[in-house]
Structure formats: structure tokens, C-alpha cells
Write a protein that binds this ligand. Sequence first.
Ligand code: ZN
Ligand code: ZN
Length: 134
Amino acid sequence: MSVSGHCLCGAVTISTTADPAFSANCHCTDCRHSTGAAYATLLFFKEDDVTITGERATFSHPSDRGTTLTKSFCPKCGSPIATQNDARPGMIGIRAGQVDQPEAIKPGRNVFLDSKLPSTPIDESLAGSPRMPG
Ligand SMILES: [Zn+2]
Ligand SMILES: [Zn+2]
């Protein structure tokens, strides 16, 4: 299903024309810092299927593999919006918390389980990997 979404203040809006290609819960420490949450749930789309309106600020940093991750957020309310990896051109990860359709948020796997918080429960029926698979 296509989804819509917005940041906390509403200045940034998101709409998609297609289903997410895949979705994952990421338990890495970078996701914790950038979201302020125990882990990050991301819905990955083809960039061409996603329209984001409103001004966004960005922050880029290296991944554990030396690729460049660029995260965007609303400069007004600070809500994280999206993340992109230069090793995966054409793909964009949308932060699940901004999505208006709860039923569209169906993470298929957990990644970076080796850095998850001890208090975070894990759905063992999902695929899991200690770091980023592939
Ligand atoms: Zn905002
Ligand atoms: Zn992460």
C-alpha cells in the first residue's frame, strides 16, 4: 500500500505511490542517537516512488562499512524523516514513526542485533542478523 506521513509540526510531508520494498528494525547505536528511540523502524522505498515536501536539513556520516549515510530531518521540530546510503542509490528509508498508516508498518527483519538494548524485546519469528546483512 502507498503511505502518507508528516513530521511532528507538519512542515514536512511524505507521500508514496508504491509499497515499501522492504522494512526493518535497526538496533544500531547510530539509529538510537539519531532517533532518540531504542531502535529505528525504517520503510525502504524506491526514491522515485516517494515525494517529500517542505524544507529539510541533512546530516551525513560514515557507516560502519565506510559508505556515507545521509539523514534528513525537519529543521523546525527536529523530527527525523528519511535516511539514504550512497551505496544504495535510488533507495530511501522513511522513518516509520512519521507514517500515517499503522497497518503499513510491517518490519520483516531485525538488523544490528549485536548492539540492541538488553531491554528491547525481539520478535523471534522475524529474520535477524547481528549486523547489516549482505
Ligand atoms: Zn516539523
Ligand atoms: Zn541503524
